[in-house]
Structures are given as structure tokens and as C-alpha cells.
Design a protein around this ligand. Structure first.
Ligand SMILES: NC(=O)NCCC[C@H](N)C(=O)O
Length: 405
């Protein structure tokens, strides 16, 4: 493995993947703030961790090295200078404006060993955890009854979204919602300071003004990337990624833009569409009708071309992948109720770990059976708690290295 990162497909054998084991951040969820934090329910952490450990075990047993966001972050934050730089940026982005509060938080957090600090920052800091000396601002004096100085980040276990590996580079994303925006700081510091990530090109940066999230980014082949234009990802960001991929002389020549309905149930492209084999895809039937596909292609002399492709989806995919035909496998077998139920629990959100081999949630038994009948090897993981965050196996993983097809 010459590069630390190399992803030129959705289905090549998974060799290295980034995960985050859910931690205390999940215990800081309360009904009042669920919506704001993008959760629909409160997972039971102990079981969620067991389910997540099973997920990691399945990936390892199938040949993938599992690296953890919290461990890589702690490795770079061992350096006291980097730790301070990170803390300052993190507090800034958390909206801490009062100088004395900033000072108290820095004092509280920087004293902790790096790993403990990472866990604490991910979990959030309650107001009753630290004592702020004399208030130095009106905001502090008038402190409301909101319980946190630093919000918990319960969505961190969806490592798919803050960044995406494309070829041997990464898009370091700007998240659409404030609830998830600070998540990408961990990846920013890993990319900037971790030895394994040295020299990795960025196809997008979190400082850009337009939102893009990794659940919308699918690497269909070493030439074609599909990006969802969705509730979370904007057309401007997609165009910037396309330009950066083309200008850097990567192997990528085309970006297929999937415009999907902007709603929570379909928040990212990978909640309704994933690739499971050379010529097979899962799709949520509810998205097939309203889907529009646009193409951004690399032209001669650094030019870029745009086109609305009105052909049926199977034709567009077959043409993009140089195949005579492709199969679209409908989540829930196309039944309105089953598809709706299983899609809500990420029935279409498969993680391919090799061509024709996927990891899915066991609760989506109808879709799993359909996939098996279509010749896909389905490895299931327990999911009663993990699914409460509205993401499946693809959402919970950021592939760093896949074998070339
Ligand atoms: N790629 C994905 O669809 N990720 C799932 C993210 C779920 C999370 N609760 C969110 O709303 O962002």
C-alpha cells in the first residue's frame, strides 16, 4: 500500500477504514435538544458500543485495518503546541466569546492527557463542570439555563460525513448544520499534523463557504464520482470538487450529480443509493421518480462541461461505468410501507467491503433477503441502538484504502 489513502471505487476490497466508537457524547443527549443535534431518539450507549464493536470486528475479520478518529486525534494532540492551537480554534468555533470562560475552558481541558481531552471535547462540557471566576462579559452574567458550554457531538460515529477519500486525496468538508460543523476539526488536525496523512491533497476544504457532506460522495470508479445535491450538499461545492479533481490531473473525468429531494429521510445520497457490486446498486424507490442527474465532465484545455442527462438512471450508470447494463435493487422490494420502514433505518445504506459483499443492519431483513437473492453476500450487524442516529454501515465508516479493482 504505497499511499495511506487510495479509494478509486465503492466496492474494491476494503483495506483501511476510519471509525469512531460512540462514547459519552451519546449520554449527553436529552429530549429537549434531540432535533438540534440531529437525533430522533436516545441510544443506549452500552449496547450501541457493543454493536459498534461487532461492526469493527466484521471489518477486521474481512481484512480491513480499523483506525479510530479518537486515537489519531489524540496522537496529534500529544504535542502541546498543537493541542493549544486546536483548543483555541475549537472554542472559537463553539462560539465561546467571553475571555474568562475561554481561559477557564482552556485550563480545564489542556490539563488532561490528550486522549482524555479528545473524549471530553467529543462528549461536551456541561456548565456545572467548571467554575468560571469573575464574569467578564454580559453573556456570562446573564447565563441562561442551557446546560452546556460545549455541545456534545453525538454524530461523530458517522465518520463518513466530515470527509471523503477520493483517489489519494480527501475532501475536508464544510458541514451544512452547526451541530456537525466542529466535527471536521478533528480531521483537519489529523491531516495537518499526522505523519500518515502527510502530503495528502485536499479536493475541498472546510473553510470554503458551501456545504458538502461525505454521505453524498460516492466513488463509482477511477473515472467517475457521483455526488448528491441534497439537503446537505450544495451545487457550488460539487462544482469546486469537480474542478479540483480535474485540475489536479487525477484519473477522474466525470462527476455525476444526483439531485435528490431535500428532506431528512433522504438527507444524503447514500441513504437512498449505494453501489454493491460491479453492476449492482441499491436504491430507495421513493427517490427514483424525482431524481434528476446532471453531468460535469472534464473538457480539453482545462475546460469543464455541464449537461442535464435525462436518460433513465440505469442507462446513465451503465454508460458511465462502460457496462452493457446495471441492476437497480429496490430497498424493501419496492413495497411502499416496507421500503419506507427499512429506508428509515438505513436499509439502502450498505457498506461494500469487496465486490458483491456488503455489511448491513440485520433489522432490514426484507432488503437483506432481496440482496441475497440477487447474488450479494450480506453480512449483518446488530443495530437496535446505532440506527437511532439515522445512519447505517456506510455512514459509520470512512474508507481510507480500497484495493484497486
Ligand atoms: N451519510 C449519512 O447519511 N450519515 C448519517 C448521518 C446521521 C446524522 N444524525 C445526521 O443527521 O447528520
Amino acid at each position: 500500500m504505497k499511499h495511506f489513502i487510495n479509494v478509486t471505487s465503492e466496492i474494491g476490497r476494503l483495506k483501511r477504514v476510519l471509525l469512531h466508537r460512540p462514547g459519552q457524547e451519546v449520554e449527553n443527549l436529552v429530549p429537549e435538544y434531540l432535533g438540534r443535534l440531529l437525533f430522533d431518539d436516545i441510544p443506549y450507549l452500552k449496547i450501541a458500543q457493543q454493536e459498534h464493536d461487532k461492526f469493527a470486528q466484521v471489518l477486521r475479520e474481512n481484512g480491513a485495518e480499523v483506525v479510530y478518529l479518537e486515537e489519531l486525534s489524540a496522537e496529534v494532540l500529544e504535542d502541546e503546541k498543537v493541542k493549544l492551537e486546536f483548543l483555541k480554534e475549537f472554542l472559537e468555533e463553539s462560539g465561546i466569546t467571553s475571555p474568562s470562560l475561554k481561559e477557564s475552558l482552556i485550563e480545564y481541558l489542556s490539563k488532561m492527557p490528550a486522549r482524555q481531552m479528545v473524549d471530553k471535547i467529543m462528549a461536551g462540557v456541561r456548565k456545572n463542570e467548571i467554575e468560571v471566576k469573575e464574569p467578564t462579559s454580559l453573556v456570562e452574567l446573564m447565563a441562561d439555563d442551557y446546560p452546556f458550554y460545549l455541545d456534545p457531538m453525538p454524530n461523530l460515529y458517522f465518520t463518513r460525513d466530515p470527509g471523503a477519500s477520493i483517489g489519494n486525496g480527501i475532501t475536508l468538508n464544510r458541514m451544512r448544520t452547526e451541530a456537525r460543523r466542529r466535527e471536521t476539526l478533528f480531521l483537519k488536525y489529523i491531516i495537518k499534523y499526522h505523519k500518515s496523512f502527510e502530503g495528502i491533497p485536499l479536493w475541498y476544504d472546510r473553510s470554503m463557504p458551501y456545504a458538502i457532506e461525505g454521505g453524498d460522495e460516492l466513488v463509482l470508479s477511477d473515472k467517475v464520482v457521483a455526488i448528491g445535491c441534497s439537503e446537505r450538499t450544495s451545487a457550488e461545492a460539487i462544482e469546486m470538487v469537480a474542478r479540483n479533481l480535474f485540475n489536479a490531473n487525477t484519473s477522474f473525468e466525470k462527476v455525476l450529480v444526483f439531485e435528490i429531494p431535500k428532506c431528512r429521510a433522504f438527507m444524503h445520497l447514500d441513504t437512498v443509493f449505494t453501489m454493491v457490486d460491479y453492476d449492482k446498486f441499491t436504491i430507495h424507490p421513493g427517490v427514483q421518480g424525482p431524481l434528476s442527474v446532471y453531468e460535469v465532465t472534464k473538457g480539453a484545455n482545462n475546460t469543464i462541461k455541464f449537461k442535464h442527462n435525462t436518460s433513465p438512471l440505469n442507462k446513465i450508470l451503465a454508460e458511465a461505468l462502460n457496462l452493457s447494463s446495471v441492476e437497480l435493487i429496490q430497498c424493501g422490494g419496492g413495497d411502499f410501507i416496507i421500503a419506507g420502514r427499512e429506508q428509515w433505518n438505513d436499509g439502502s445504506n450498505t457498506l461494500a467491503i469487496a465486490p458483491g459483499v456488503v455489511v448491513t443492519y440485520e433489522r432490514n431483513y426484507v432488503t437483506n433477503e432481496i440482496l441475497t437473492k440477487r447474488g450479494i453476500k450480506v453480512i449483518t450487524i446488530p443495530s437496535s441502538e446505532l440506527s437511532r442516529g439515522r445512519g447505517g454501515p456506510r455512514c459509520m465508516s470512512m474508507p481510507l484504502y480500497r484495493e484497486k479493482l
